[in-house]
Design a protein around this ligand. Structure first.
Ligand code: KG4
Ligand code: ZN
Length: 334
């Protein structure tokens, strides 16, 4: 008999739900994205996000169950993202999941959002098992994680300032691209010369920590200076140079960590793992060093319910449970 987990995700601007079978098989994946609405404001408006989650969550979960061909009675547990993220957004998912679990008399499993991102690789790579090293690069986080077991982690590097995705989005904004800008930098970079601009590689005291604010500021200054002088900026070239530098920072630190801890398997996860330059740089570096490299398919890089349904399975097996006192937490380390 398979173990069916319903996964619910609402930590930022996607209301998402999915049903997994035995963790690795995804039976449905439904995402209601609000990106179009937040675009008008140049970023996620928390209050608006919470309201849209309230409106979308019922039919998103309903669709996930029906597309999977199951009913609530078939589900073994309800897994939900409870941290970290926008507090109002998280509260919609956790409150809904609590109600659902109580009403259907099913176990409730609290899932950490970053653990979910890491688990997206289990779906794409059925033979991937801990231990391995994972680079997590998203809009809110950038960290190097030792994945020691399915529910056991050690964070060995983190950002001192901006997350990688945040730097992508802020640079995209100054280049005139709409929110979320990461994907627009990616497209422009494909047309541009990555050596068009020389950009700084920030230094961090701990070799495995990240810093993106200096790189971001350099891009913003280049764009502003050109504007003040009435000069045309090479937008594609700047996008390509920024992406190339960001990918180099992420890749160099990941390789340093793999070497330091003796890992032979390296994975990447989070929204920025959708980036073409980042994927290629990591893939090449892993090949050079003889490491196995795993990345999620593009559809599972951003926030989704499948990663929560997958990680929810492993958290369920590990005995993680919550009751009606479960609260959402905005900031929580892995
Ligand atoms: O994981 P995610 O969907 O949400 C968070 O948990 O933060 O990550 C969103 C981030 C945004 O900053 C977005 O611009 C970035 O991932 N992103 C990209 C690409 N696709 C999404 N950044 C660079 N290139 C992309 N193709
Ligand atoms: Zn995320």
């Amino acid at each position: 008999m398979s173990v069916y987990i319903l996964g619910i995700e609402s930590s930022c601007d996607e209301t998402a739900a999915s049903v997994s079978a035995d963790g690795r098989t995804i039976l449905s994946d439904v995402v209601a994205s609000q990106a179009d609405e937040h675009r008008k404001f140049g970023g996620v408006v928390p209050e608006l996000a919470s309201r849209r989650h309230c409106e979308n969550i019922l039919h998103t979960v309903d669709s996930a169950l029906s597309r999977a061909g199951v009913t609530l009675a078939d589900i073994d547990a309800v897994a939900v993202t409870y941290a970290p993220g926008l507090i109002g957004a998280l509260l919609v998912g956790t409150s809904f999941a609590k109600g659902l679990a109580m009403a259907a008399d099913k176990p409730l499993v609290p899932v950490h959002h970053i653990a979910g991102h890491i688990a997206s690789n289990y779906i794409a790579h059925p033979d991937l098992e801990p231990p391995y090293l994972c680079l997590v690069a998203s809009g809110g986080h950038t960290m190097l994680v030792r994945v020691m077991g399915y529910t056991e982690y050690e964070v060995i590097g983190r950002t001192h300032d901006d997350a990688a995705g945040e730097a992508f989005d802020k640079c995209a904004r100054v280049l005139g691209f709409p929110y979320p800008g990461g994907v627009h930098i990616d497209r422009a970079a494909r047309r541009g010369d990555r050596h068009a601009y020389k950009l700084p590689i920030p230094h961090t005291e701990n070799e495995l920590d990240f810093s993106f604010s200096g790189l971001k500021t350099a891009v913003i200054n280049l764009a502003h200076n050109a504007e003040q002088k009435g000069e045309e900026i090479d937008k594609d070239g700047l996008a390509a140079s920024f992406e190339h530098t960001a990918a180099k920072i992420l890749t160099d630190k990941t390789m340093a960590a793999a070497k330091m801890y003796g890992y032979k398997t390296v994975a990447v996860a989070g929204g920025v793992s959708a980036n073409t330059g980042v994927r290629q740089a990591l893939e090449k570096a892993c090949e050079r060093n003889g490491y196995r490299f795993c990345m999620p398919p593009l559809s599972l890089c951003g926030d989704n319910g499948s990663m929560i349904a997958c990680q929810g399975y492993y958290d369920f097996l590990a005995g993680k449970r919550a009751d009606e006192s479960l609260n959402a937490v905005a900031t929580l380390s892995l």
